[in-house]
Design a protein around this ligand. Structure first.
Ligand SMILES: Cc1ncc(COP(=O)(O)O)c(C=O)c1O
Length: 273
């Protein structure tokens, strides 16, 4: 029988290194588990939930480890298809941190939301709120929704303040949507901060901006149960702010080259995590 090619054989954990054909991506599982433990302890010390982002690896086995090591904190996915793969692997607590559009995808999203124990998705405008509400209504159900605000990255998210409040009210007015909270990804800090002190200051400012919007929404009688923030570089600082309930770092499991590059300079090895 011919020897199978790498694409024909299933990758195996703990197989002898001599059996590997190169190039191959290797993970030092001990180091990865130590990294996950460090962030789990940091989250616990700061009184927030660690819900790890799985977009970096997209591997259910690693997502299960992150979920277990964070005491059942759940996971985050950036794409609907990734969330479906994680759900199929048995993960029951999934947050989709990106805006989904298109009726077919929204039908899949509603189905996923029905399938797992706990699910939430992200919106940031009328253009994705109303079609999501319509999809939930088509399936005679409701979907938990997180409103993303843009606190500096300029990628996705609605402006904080009045505009965010108006969208929160719009979500609450839809009988098939449940307003569950706010997401604010302060990744701009990673590129702007050049010292640990600057990380502290910029993360604090970003969280103050988030808190201002949360207060405005709560002042209108809308509870903001969840406030999700944070990537690998910023979570240790942002999670100290009392407005934060949850952090969503992803790269921390590996601390890849991009992450290390962003921490060079004065921050360097001084970084606690
Ligand atoms: C919304 C959101 N939250 C969290 C993360 C995780 O950030 P990091 O990969 O820096 O840990 C990402 C990654 O891009 C993201 O897009």
């Amino acid at each position: 029988m011919p020897t199978p090619t790498p694409s024909e054989s299933k990758p195996e954990l703990y197989s002898p290194i001599g059996n590997l054909e190169t190039p191959a991506l290797l993970v030092d599982v001990d180091v990865m588990e130590r990294n996950i433990d460090r962030y789990a302890s940091m989250a616990e010390d700061n009184g927030v939930r660690l819900r790890s982002h799985a977009k970096t690896h997209k591997i259910p086995d690693i997502a299960h480890r992150q979920h277990t090591q964070s005491d059942g904190g759940g996971i985050v996915c950036q794409k609907l298809s990734e969330a479906e793969v994680m759900a199929a692997s048995g993960l029951e607590d999934i947050y989709l941190s990106y805006q989904v559009v298109g009726d077919r995808k929204l039908d899949r999203l509603v189905h996923l939301s029905e399938t797992v124990d706990r699910f939430a998705t992200t919106v940031d405008g009328v253009g994705n709120i109303d079609p999501l509400a319509a999809a939930a209504e088509r399936h005679d159900t409701s979907v938990r929704v997180i409103l993303e605000i843009d606190i500096g990255l300029g990628r996705t998210g609605v402006e904080p303040g009045d505009t965010a409040l108006q969208l929160a009210e719009r979500i609450v007015d839809h009988p098939h949507l449940e307003f569950a909270g706010i997401m604010a990804y302060e990744a701009h800090v990673k590129w702007e901060a050049e010292s640990e002190a600057e990380y502290e200051t910029l993360c604090h400012e970003a969280m103050e901006e988030t808190a201002r919007t949360v207060r405005m929404i709560e002042d209108e009688g809308i509870p903001v149960d969840e406030v999700k923030v944070g990537g690998t570089a910023t979570s240790p600082y942002s999670s100290r702010h009392p407005v934060v309930t949850e952090i969503n770092p992803g790269q921390y499991a590996f601390n890849d080259v991009g992450e290390i590059e962003a921490r060079q300079g004065p921050l360097g090895k001084k970084t606690a995590l």
